[in-house]
Design a protein around this ligand. Structure first.
Ligand SMILES: [Zn+2]
Ligand SMILES: [Zn+2]
Length: 217
């Protein structure tokens, strides 16, 4: 990417001196160091030759191509799961779902119409997720309880048995009150294979809807 100033920068001189002491942007007049003045109020020229204005280092088309290539590389590398029933992340819709069935129902009932059969299989990418559950750690709690006490007090003052007993109590509490709390993270090493039947059902359903709509008109 290169900068193309709309108007050339103007050199600024002290009286009776021939070397410029600073530079002003030819468009807005801001005084800037010589190496950055060319970037002020400038049009960007992408490596492909297209002029553009966004904050990216590439034009929109090259940016999209680069992102698509990055995604394709991740897809090529990922393990493809035929069966999986945990939470999923849909790359295209930037949304997490508790499982693929819920995701699919949501997509079918939503407003998205995937008309382009040739590309839509690549268009929808579902990643498997890793699950991080709510957890209380006895060691952490003891460390925090020792904070503010004299320096000699630390986690080693509690025996292993005491530590283990506290952990057991905490695990029971979590099981009763907080077992529903968890966070999902997309795991880009594992992706779901979308069975063609899903699209078959989807196509049939949409064909029926269109037929009904046509009949009404
Ligand atoms: Zn400027
Ligand atoms: Zn470009």
């Amino acid at each position: 990417m290169q900068y193309k100033p709309k108007k050339p920068p103007k050199p600024l001189f002290f009286e009776n001196q021939t070397e410029p002491v600073a530079w002003a942007c030819g468009t807005c007049g801001r005084v800037l160091p010589k190496d950055t003045v060319r970037t002020c109020c400038a049009t960007k020229v992408c490596d492909c030759g297209v002029e553009y204005e966004s904050h990216y280092t590439l034009c929109f088309e090259c940016h999209c191509k680069k992102e698509a290539a990055k995604l394709q590389a991740k897809i090529d590398k990922a393990e493809k799961l035929e069966t999986y029933d945990g939470p999923v992340y849909c790359e295209n819709l930037d949304t997490y779902y508790p499982d693929f069935g819920t995701a699919w129902d949501d997509i079918r009932d939503g407003d998205i119409v995937w008309d382009d059969k040739a590309t839509r299989d690549q268009e929808l990418t579902f990643w498997a997720c890793t699950i991080k559950k709510f957890n209380l750690d006895s060691g952490d709690i003891i460390i925090r309880a020792c904070e503010g006490l004299s320096e000699e007090c630390d986690v080693n003052d509690i025996s292993d048995a005491g530590n283990a007993e506290l952990q057991e109590i905490l695990d029971g509490w979590v099981e009763t009150y907080a077992s529903h709390i968890e966070t999902w993270y997309q795991d880009e090493s594992r992706m779901l294979v979308i069975h063609p039947d899903y699209w078959k059902d989807y196509d049939e359903e949409w064909a029926k809807i269109r037929e009904e709509d046509d009949a009404k008109q």
